[in-house]
Design a protein around this ligand. Structure first.
Ligand code: AMP
Length: 227
């Protein structure tokens, strides 16, 4: 009989408050393991930029640092999960953020005979979040992430990865919105730690340290969880 746990594509979840490093770490795991980073924040920003109905409904909520409705986010994620490249396996970055989303994900995975290999909680202190978030920016061409204090490009204003020179800062990366985003995290997303603990898929990583050290800890977990 086939061991389906080994033949299905890996599904990894990164949990953690805004600024914990989910996006940065997901990109590194994507490169290392050939998985697809799936960020609902990125998908929603693309919907806002494209002016779709979902984007129009999400815009004000995102600017205020609240959570977009489960209905919209689940629909966006379901669509993206159906794309061919996701058959390689996915790293979910910023999804699920509510229990309703977690249950919807369980249902979607069950339909396709998949399971969650690991839900990894990036543990950080709230006090560090404002500095982390307000200093961050990305390359407008390739999306590589940088930070005023923690990760500057070798040449000021030039992306190390692709040579792009247009750097972008997110509209919601400001001190006021960060407070609302942290509140939303504690009220609606932190309960998912217990949710995944109950399912036996939770792993925790101390994410206060340097990016490479955190990446090493994550790699070890992913290697074991997908072996
Ligand atoms: P992020 O890029 O993950 O920090 O997400 C940016 C913003 O998009 C969040 O502050 C929310 O407004 C919205 N968002 C992203 N993912 C979700 C989700 N899974 N559920 C609800 N809102 C989300």
């Amino acid at each position: 009989m086939l061991d389906t746990a080994k033949t299905t594509a890996p599904v990894l979840i990164l949990l953690g408050p805004p600024g914990a490093g989910k996006g940065t770490q997901a990109r590194m795991l994507e490169e290392k393991f050939g998985l697809v980073q799936l960020s609902t924040g990125d998908l929603l920003r693309a919907a806002v930029a494209a002016g779709t109905e979902a984007g129009k409904a999400a815009k004000a909520v995102m600017e205020a640092g609240g959570l977009v409705s489960d209905e919209i986010v689940i629909a966006i994620l379901r669509d993206r999960l159906g794309d061919e490249d996701c058959a390689k396996g996915v790293i979910l970055d910023g999804f699920p953020r509510t229990t309703v989303q977690a249950e919807a994900l369980d249902g979607l995975l069950e339909e396709s005979g998949q399971k969650i290999n690991a839900a990894i909680s990036l543990e950080v202190e709230d006090a560090a979040m404002v500095t982390r978030i307000s200093g961050r920016y990305t390359c407008g061409s390739c999306g590589e992430g940088y930070h005023d204090t923690f990760k500057q490009p070798v040449k000021d204003g030039v992306c190390d990865k692709c040579g792009g020179t247009e750097m972008k800062r997110r509209a919601d990366d400001n001190a006021e919105t960060v407070a609302s985003r942290l509140e939303a995290y504690h009220a609606q997303t932190a309960p998912l730690i217990a949710y995944y603990q109950g399912k036996g898929s939770l792993q925790s990583v101390d994410a206060m340290g340097e990016i490479d050290r955190v990446a090493g800890a994550l790699r070890a977990i992913v290697e074991t969880a997908t072996a």
